[in-house]
Design a protein around this ligand. Structure first.
Ligand SMILES: Cc1cc2nc3c(=O)[nH]c(=O)nc-3n(C[C@H](O)[C@H](O)[C@H](O)COP(=O)(O)OP(=O)(O)OC[C@H]3O[C@@H](n4cnc5c(N)ncnc54)[C@H](O)[C@@H]3O)c2cc1C
Length: 446
């Protein structure tokens, strides 16, 4: 039997980050990471396998990061956690005794019981090299592809598949707009126009009734009876926490299906922590359970879990919800609450928006418009969230907005920001979007 001070189950975003963090905080401890798969994919890079990157083997997290940090790697599946004995058992017949255990077992694609989802050429998105390789091979033969789900995964798959395949690509989304859980309507409408201009057909406000075919996909029937031609279907409608190990070990599961943890990422068992997609989350806004599952949240939680193993050093503030996507050359990024989410959370709010070219003068190479919209609480002008659309710098601007949200800054704080600008890199200091959006909100508040 093996003995280790720290055992981590899961080798993706959360597992690796938790292990590296534990190494930083507890350099003397013996550590071991157990994961099922031979090769680990960069999860967020999966849609790009189908177009930009070219194949799953070009989208892998290198194992050197573990070796460099003195973390032993065991490739095996953990089948049981014996909490009494402080041991895990694996499918390969090993027993490993631990002092502290981190569960980072992630998530699996959601597959609701829609008729026809069992047919061949229906592809849920597994984070699995072999599955993605066979999916990529099958898609090459397809002339009509239907993607179910118009969230960021569906949109990214659509854009990448359109680039790489000679196929008609449609997205079916049951909400009134694609990307609607993350952006206000005007941003979603812009995203749909872009998809359309790139030859992708978004079909919104529409549910899928069934996938048609005998053994293999032959079409998709929509609610209302309309049918779409399809030889393959990609399902991108969310993820379910992978909690079987924890459940079987008697650890409580929360309202969104994740392992219950406290703010230190500790489970009910003082020696066991959980982080990433498998862990229950709560919102930064009001503290209700949050279903969000993102690699950025997973790694933030992992940095808390890894630091707290032998003494509490960090606490979780809840999920702010920061993420971005890109359609062609246009980025969409969001942090915190949109205007519609602020209304749904019961806030009395005000918004400010500003748009400008991201270079000065506008004739500089790489010029692209960028719009920033910020949402503030009305009674104290505190920022609740922001959205950015346009230049690819949006992916970093949104991280600055997220910092303001987490620090609960006011519109005045942001309007007084000292920003760095450069003709070849940013908007002019006069028209700097982020600051001017705050000024617009201050004017609306007056
Ligand atoms: C197509 C796609 C695109 C995405 N794009 C983004 C993005 O742009 N930005 C973003 O922030 N998020 C994105 N996400 C979400 C992101 O991928 C997840 O939030 C992230 O992967 C969570 O990491 P994790 O380590 O918690 O879980 P996972 O990535 O699910 O990893 C779980 C790990 O646990 C292992 N494991 C599970 N059970 C066992 C067991 N019993 N024994 C041993 N090992 C086990 C697995 O093999 C795996 O290594 C995307 C997701 C998908 C599917």
């Amino acid at each position: 039997m093996k003995h280790t001070d720290i055992a981590v189950v899961g080798g993706s975003a959360a597992g690796i980050t938790a292990a590296i963090t534990a190494r930083r905080h507890y350099p003397e401890k013996k550590q071991l990471l157990i994961r099922k798969e031979e090769q680990v994919l960069i999860p967020c890079g999966i849609p790009y396998i189908f177009g930009t990157v070219g194949g799953p083997e070009k989208n892998l997290i290198p194992d050197e990061v573990l070796a460099k940090n003195g973390i032993e790697l065991v490739i095996d599946e953990v089948t049981e956690v014996d909490r009494e004995k402080g041991e895990v058992k694996t499918a390969g017949g090993e027993t490993i005794a631990y002092d502290r255990l981190i569960l980072a077992t992630g998530s699996l694609p959601a597959m609701p019981p829609v008729p026809g989802f069992q047919l061949s050429n229906v592809f849920p998105v597994f984070k699995d090299v072999a599955q993605l390789r066979s999916m990529q091979k099958a898609l090459k033969e397809v002339s009509d592809l239907v993607i179910i789900g118009g969230g960021f995964i569906g949109v990214e798959f659509a854009d990448e598949c359109k680039k790489a395949l000679q196929a008609n690509v449609s997205i079916v989304e049951m909400l009134p707009h694609c990307l609607m859980l993350a952006y206000d309507e005007e941003f979603c409408a812009q995203a749909e126009q872009l998809l359309d201009s790139r030859g992708i057909t978004p079909i919104t406000d529409t549910k899928v009734a069934r996938v048609m075919g005998e053994d293999r996909v032959e079409g998709v029937e929509l609610a209302g009876g309309r049918t779409l031609r399809a030889q393959a279907v990609i399902v991108g409608i969310g993820a379910i926490a992978n909690v079987n190990l924890a459940k079987n070990a008697g650890l409580p599961i929360g309202p969104t299906g994740g392992i219950v943890v406290d703010r230190t990422m500790r489970t009910l068992d003082a020696r066991i922590f959980a982080c990433g997609d498998c862990a229950e989350k709560f919102s930064f806004f009001g503290g209700r359970p949050s279903p969000l599952k993102l690699a950025s949240i997973a790694t933030a939680e992992a940095r808390i879990a890894g630091a707290n193993l032998f003494g509490t050093r960090r606490e979780n503030i809840g999920t702010v919800g920061v993420w971005s996507t890109v359609i062609g050359e246009t980025a969409f990024a969001t942090a915190g609450l949109t205007e519609s989410l602020a209304a749904r959370h019961g806030y009395n709010y005000v918004v400010g928006a500003a748009e400008a070219i991201n270079r000065h003068p506008g004739g500089m190479p790489g010029a692209h418009p960028m719009k920033v919209k910020l949402v503030f609480e009305k009674h104290n002008a505190m920022i609740l969230g922001g959205q950015v659309m346009g230049d690819k710098a949006a992916g970093e601007v949104i991280n600055a907005i997220s910092a303001c949200v987490q620090r609960r800054m006011t519109a005045e704080d942001i309007a007084m920001f000292q920003t760095g600008t450069h003709p070849a890199l940013t908007a002019s200091p006069i028209s700097y979007q982020f600051v001017n959006a705050a000024e617009a909100a201050i004017a609306a508040l007056r």
